[in-house]
Write a protein that binds this ligand. Structure first.
Ligand SMILES: [Zn+2]
Length: 155
């Protein structure tokens, strides 16, 4: 009787040890890789060493937000370029070919945004926002230029 009891006890202990071992393995597999954090939510990442996100949700959210900040950047640049063109065009419509550098600044012109530039034969540069541009005439004045869009498309 005692033998049977000891046997049952040993079987039980054995089972418990196996279970402990199993838990250890499971814990190791799920142990977060050293300093590996989800790129989006910064939670520790479990599993494969090359994982960058904790879940499909985080991966999708991350890529969506990248796409949206990219498109926000493009929208902002396009807005500045179109505003620049409009300001140059307004000056043109006012019949001015020579305008003050500062005057354009006051109207919101941003000299750091152009679509292209052209080096003239005399070595000076013309800067364009689409079809309307300018060259530096003097320290304070710029000379407005307008290109023929259709002849440009033919080039
Ligand atoms: Zn995450």
């Amino acid at each position: 009787m005692l033998k049977l009891f000891v046997h049952i006890y040993l079987v039980f202990v054995n089972m418990k040890l196996k279970l402990l071992n199993y838990n250890k393995i499971v814990q190791l597999e799920n142990f977060p890789a050293m300093s590996k954090k989800c790129l989006r939510c910064k939670e520790p990442i479990f599993g494969r060493i090359d994982k960058r996100f904790c879940s499909d949700y985080c991966r999708n959210q991350y890529h969506n937000s990248l796409k949206s900040s990219e498109s926000m950047y493009f929208r902002r640049v396009n807005y500045i370029l179109r505003r620049n063109r409009r300001i140059l065009l307004e000056s043109f419509h006012e019949g001015q070919e020579l305008v003050c550098y500062q005057n354009l600044l006051n109207r919101g012109f941003d000299y750091t945004y152009i679509t292209n530039y052209h080096i003239n034969d005399n070595g000076s540069a013309s800067y364009y926002c689409y079809d309307i541009g300018y060259t530096y005439f003097s320290y304070q004045k710029i000379h407005l230029l307008k290109r023929d869009i259709e002849s440009n498309l033919m080039e």
